[in-house]
Design a binder for this molecule. Structure first.
Ligand code: PLP
Length: 407
């Protein structure tokens, strides 16, 4: 591929907005190889402003599970657009999609909508506090910027805060406890220290060590039940990806509350918080409030209804698992063959690029850069979507193989 020339977009973005992107993790790190801006996407490919084509495994950082411009979803959005985007009353589609989600999410007896994942996590944390009358929250993984409040919590999916988070008073931080995935002893210690004060444990899976969930989730279920605390699954990445009903379906462990977002509407902005009726009914308590004007916006709900239909008609999970397994195992073979200390770890639907040795910490950055230069867009967690067929995977394998040779 020719050397990519910088143009004006990145300069203008940095000038007009902090970080040069509304989403921290989307700000380009690998210019000039990485695209500065994307102009369009279709299926599993995206094109930048200079018409460079990339096979895309970022999928908008998770939401695009079917592919860009997936016809049935786009048709559902267009059809709804003709009837209005949002109203001053509940809409019939709001009712229908809530009912459908309660059918597919194991713990969901009631469900309600918001727009972003972090906002929905904030909602379930508030419900748990109001329901239990307690204040402390144990967090495992990233639950959105709104909820990155503990010292040492994840301020981004792959970034841990080392200090008091700027803008968060220490009095608030003291109520939040960030614990690492599968740290069973750490969680036991917190329940001992704050007996009768822990409102909830909220957990997002570690995708690289996903199968540890077989023991960790039942442990969390038992310890929260024994301490009358609420168990919340953040299924923002795992829902509609590891299984339609997320980790609760995959591991057969029911939380009390959960949040789904990315993946439920193929990129349209929709999040859902759901759970046991008795606990969700906290929303009806006098003085309690979770409310947003845009909660029942119908275009996203139309997309979600179409997505659920497609998941029921086609084996989307099977496709992304099988093609993911094929692609990522070949990529690992390429790393192995070329003695590159990088491996993809974890479940094929959302594997994580990891270093196998500390001897060359820059190799991952150089690899991502080389992948962009060869027309493949990757992220530290990379996703196959329904539109990546075997030919696309073979194309990507060839391009990645070239990228590794270029290293
Ligand atoms: C597990 C998890 N929870 C919460 C969030 C936050 O969702 P949003 O960015 O929609 O607020 C993310 C986003 O990356 C996530 O990966």
């Amino acid at each position: 591929m020719e050397f990519r020339q910088r143009n004006e977009w990145n300069k203008r973005l940095i000038d007009t907005m902090p970080k040069g992107s509304s989403t921290a993790s989307k700000a380009p790190k690998y210019l000039p190889e990485e695209p500065e801006v994307i102009l369009r996407g279709r299926g599993c490919r995206v094109w930048d402003d200079k018409a460079h084509e990339f096979i895309d495994f970022r999928n908008a950082l998770g939401p695009v599970t079917l592919g860009y411009c997936y016809p049935e979803v786009d048709q559902a959005i267009t059809a709804q657009l003709k009837n209005g985007i949002i109203f001053g009353h509940p809409s019939s589609i709001e009712c229908e999609v809530s009912e459908k989600l309660c059918e597919v999410i194991p713990c969901a007896e009631q469900a309600r909508f918001l727009k972003t994942g972090g906002e929905a996590c904030a909602a379930v944390i508030r419900i748990a506090r109001a329901y239990t009358g307690r204040g402390h929250i144990i967090q495992i993984g990233y639950n959105g910027w709104l909820n990155s409040l503990a010292m040492g919590s994840r301020v981004l999916p792959n970034q841990v805060s080392g200090v008091q988070i700027p803008g968060v008073p220490s009095e608030i931080s003291e109520l939040y406890h960030a614990v690492k995935w599968n740290d069973i002893e750490g969680i036991r210690t917190l329940f001992d220290m704050y007996t009768n004060d822990i409102a909830a444990v909220i957990v997002a899976a570690d995708y690289g060590e996903f199968e540890q969930g077989k023991v960790f989730y039942p442990f969390l279920r038992d310890i929260t039940t024994a301490n009358d605390a609420i168990l919340i699954f953040d299924e923002i990445v795992t829902g509609f990806r590891v299984a339609l009903g997320g980790v609760q379906e995959y591991f057969g462990v029911k939380p009390d509350l959960c949040v789904f977002a990315k993946g439920i509407a193929n990129g349209m902005p929709l999040s859902v918080y759901a759970g046991k009726r008795e606990i969700m009914q906290t929303c009806e308590k006098p003085g309690f409030s979770i409310s947003s004007t845009y909660g029942g916006e119908t275009l996203s709900l139309a997309a979600c209804r179409a997505v659920i239909k497609i998941y029921k008609k086609l084996d989307v999970i099977g496709h992304i698992r099988t093609n993911g397994e094929y692609l990522w195992s070949k990529v690992n073979e390429i790393f192995n063959y070329n003695n590159i200390p990088i491996r993809l770890k974890g479940i094929p639907q959302c594997p994580v690029f990891t270093l196998t040795s500390e001897s060359d910490k820059g190799v991952l950055d150089r690899f991502f850069r080389a992948a962009y230069a060869n027309g493949v867009s990757l992220y530290n967690v990379s996703y196959v979507n329904l539109s990546h067929n075997l030919t696309d995977c073979d194309d990507a394998i060839q391009l990645i193989s070239q990228a590794v040779k270029d290293l």
